[in-house]
Design a protein around this ligand. Structure first.
Ligand code: MLT
Length: 321
């Protein structure tokens, strides 16, 4: 029997390692977070690589691989993988889109509530020994219009939560049919229309040439005065300098951000010092439940691919010829 080698250079849940180890014919190298040098030294012999977002599977790493067949991303975004090089080398890249849907939607919703009610700022003020009930006057979500950009799994899960809070939900997604949104009680509208109608805008798109910096000076100018923006998708969807300027001018009342471009954000990122901005360090998928789900799914995808030649959830199908 062929013995396969699976390299896991990021911290993934133990449940995934147990599944790999009990699958038979698989040797697992998973010492915890590996340094770049350690990963480069170990990749040559690996048949499969399981990563979260920390390991950059760039051309240098992929070119050091001699027999790599599959990269499984325990999560959704594959922006830490050089897809062109992987495809050229016949390495399938797979992801686990279902596992962190609820975690991410809950986090986006939590950011929106924190933004509406100034919860982090009030907490800090109390840590400073103050009892300030004037500064932190909030807004109800009830009755507000939430515009969801990207109506995939996470956008839909967010819509359900917002509707439970009696928000009106509109969405923009060029890749889905009107009736899918209608089934969720959500009006599917153009991006322009969404920008001009929404009190809150929450981003749930991938970064592509079309979506990079979709929130910029020009699009912000078309939004409602006092709009609030939530981003738990990818930092590059927002032109951060333009957003900071719009918050300073009052055009945008506040933002709640889980993602940055780059990550971690540079210490002089203007958004970090603005009082109207709520920050978390890319935590949307960081729940016990989501990390088990994505890790287990990644392990199962790798076992299926290595042992049965059955590649599922492939994001670069051309790699398989
Ligand atoms: C994802 O792409 O799955 C999330 O952003 C979480 C992560 O990067 O691990």
């Amino acid at each position: 029997m062929t013995q396969f080698h699976v390299l896991v250079p990021d911290n993934v849940d133990q449940a995934a390692l147990d599944i790999l180890q009990s699958a038979g014919d698989i040797t697992v190298t998973a010492p915890g977070k590996m340094s770049r040098a350690e990963t480069l030294a170990a990749i040559g012999d690996a048949d499969a690589l399981i990563i979260r977002s920390a390991t950059k599977a760039d051309a240098e790493l992929l070119n050091a691989a001699n027999k790599l067949k599959i990269i499984a991303r325990a999560g959704v975004g594959v922006d830490n993988v050089d897809l062109d090089t992987a495809t050229l080398k016949g390495i399938a890249v797979v992801n686990t889109p279902g596992g962190n849907t609820v975690s991410t939607a809950e986090h986006a919703f939590g950011l929106m509530l924190a933004l509406a009610r100034h919860i982090p700022q009030a907490h800090i003020s109390m840590n400073e020994g103050k009892w300030d009930r004037k500064t932190f006057m909030g807004n109800e979500l009830r009755g507000a219009i939430l515009g969801i950009v990207g109506f995939g799994r996470i956008g839909r899960a967010l819509a359900k939560r917002a509707q439970a809070f009696e928000m009106t939900v509109v969405a923009h997604d060029p890749y889905i049919a009107l009736d899918i949104a209608e089934d969720f009680g959500v009006e599917l509208i153009s991006l322009d229309n969404l920008f001009s109608r929404s009190d809150y805008i929450s981003l749930h798109s991938l970064v592509t040439d079309e979506t990079r910096h979709m929130i910029n000076a020009e699009s912000i100018a078309r939004m409602k005065y006092g709009v609030r923006i939530v981003n738990a998708a990818r930092g590059a969807l927002i032109d951060e300098a333009a957003l900071a300027a719009a918050i300073q001018s009052g055009q945008v009342a506040g933002a709640a951000l889980d993602v940055y471009d780059p990550e971690p954000p540079a210490s002089d990122n203007p958004l970090l010092s603005l009082p109207g901005v709520v920050h978390t360090p890319h935590l949307a998928a960081s729940t016990d439940q989501a990390q088990v789900a994505v890790a287990v799914e990644a392990a199962e995808l790798v076992i299926q691919a290595l042992k049965k030649g059955d590649f599922q959830n492939v994001v670069n199908p051309n790699a398989l010829g």
